[in-house]
Design a protein around this ligand. Structure first.
Ligand code: FE2
Ligand code: FE2
Length: 316
């Protein structure tokens, strides 16, 4: 560092040309030199500190740049993971929609098949109704009675609804009974009765072998609707729980409607008389013929059954 020339007067004025003044002047120079040396040392220290700071700052910047690069990589990785998850989700959703569509198609096919079965059986019933004494209205009423009794006897709603469709098919086997017996005016002789009593098994054969729960229920009803709780019915003489519940329900519904209906050989009974016959017996019909649980349900719904009978009337 350059040493400044002392300015005139600044280091003693007129003393400058005396010995003492010269001595003082030298002391001042030494002091300045010392101060300058200290300043150089301080400056050196400052430079070193500055250098350390600069290196520290550079390191810090380098670390921050590395952090930024790492962070960027992490973000890119996460973003690509999110994208592939979104793709997977889209693919899964597509597969689920395809599965749903194919299930709906299968369900529709099953419904179509079921409807085709029912349609076929209805046509068979219509064919037998041409020569039968019992009418289409009787079959229709039976569906309503059976559903009502099933619900009242504690069966599930889906079972009751299935029975609503199955019950009208109970006499489909009559299509196999010769006209001379089916259309005969007046009572049948024992031989004719024996043939007539085969209609449950004919009906069951017509309906057997189906995977449809509805047609299987209709088969049970067709086969069992003339069985009796006390074992005196036909075709198999089953008793109690051996008779399917659906058939026990249709048995009482069929009996009620037959008693109330007019026939060429008899007038229809009143509601009161019909209930009396079912609940107390008349020598031909007896309460022991019926499942006690279904009979109790009948007592509770008999007035509603009368409304159905009055509403869905036979043609005059
Ligand atoms: Fe029958
Ligand atoms: Fe019937």
């Amino acid at each position: 560092m350059a040493i400044e020339e002392p300015k005139s007067g600044s280091l003693g004025g007129t003393d400058y040309f005396t010995d003492a003044g010269k001595e003082r002047e030298r002391g001042g120079e030494l002091s300045l030199l010392r101060e300058t040396a200290i300043s150089a040392e301080v400056a050196e220290l400052a430079i070193r500190a500055d250098e350390r700071m600069r290196r520290h700052m550079e390191n810090t910047h380098a670390q921050m740049r590395q952090y930024a690069r790492d962070l960027n990589e992490v973000i890119q990785r996460e973003r690509s993971k999110t994208l592939s998850l979104e793709e997977m989700y889209q693919q899964l959703q597509g597969s689920a929609e395809q599965l749903q569509a194919s299930m709906e198609r299968e369900q529709q096919r099953a419904r179509d098949l079921e409807n085709a079965y029912v349609e076929m059986v209805r046509r068979l019933m219509n064919a037998s109704a041409y020569k039968d004494r019992e009418t289409g209205e009787h079959a229709q009423r039976l569906g309503h009675y059976a559903r009502m009794l099933a619900m009242e006897a504690g069966r599930s709603e889906s079972e009751a609804n299935l029975l609503f469709t199955a019950a009208p098919m109970h006499d489909v086997g009559k299509i196999g009974i010769p006209d001379r017996i089916l259309c005969k005016e007046g009572p049948l002789d024992p031989e004719e009765w024996a043939i007539m009593k085969t209609h449950p098994e004919i009906g069951a054969r017509l309906l057997e072998g189906s995977k449809s729960p509805l047609i299987e229920l209709a088969r049970q009803v067709a086969l069992g609707h003339h069985e009796r709780w006390d074992g005196t019915g036909y075709p198999r003489g089953l008793r109690g729980d051996e008779i399917p519940m659906a058939a026990r329900i249709v048995a009482i519904a069929d009996c009620y409607d037959a008693l109330r209906s007019r026939r060429p050989y008899k007038a229809g009974f009143s509601q009161e008389r019909t209930c009396e016959i079912i609940l107390r017996g008349d020598g031909r019909t007896a309460p022991e013929h019926f499942d006690p649980v279904v009979l109790e349900a009948f007592v509770r719904v008999k007035e509603r059954m009368a409304t159905i009978f009055e509403t869905i009337r036979d043609p005059d």
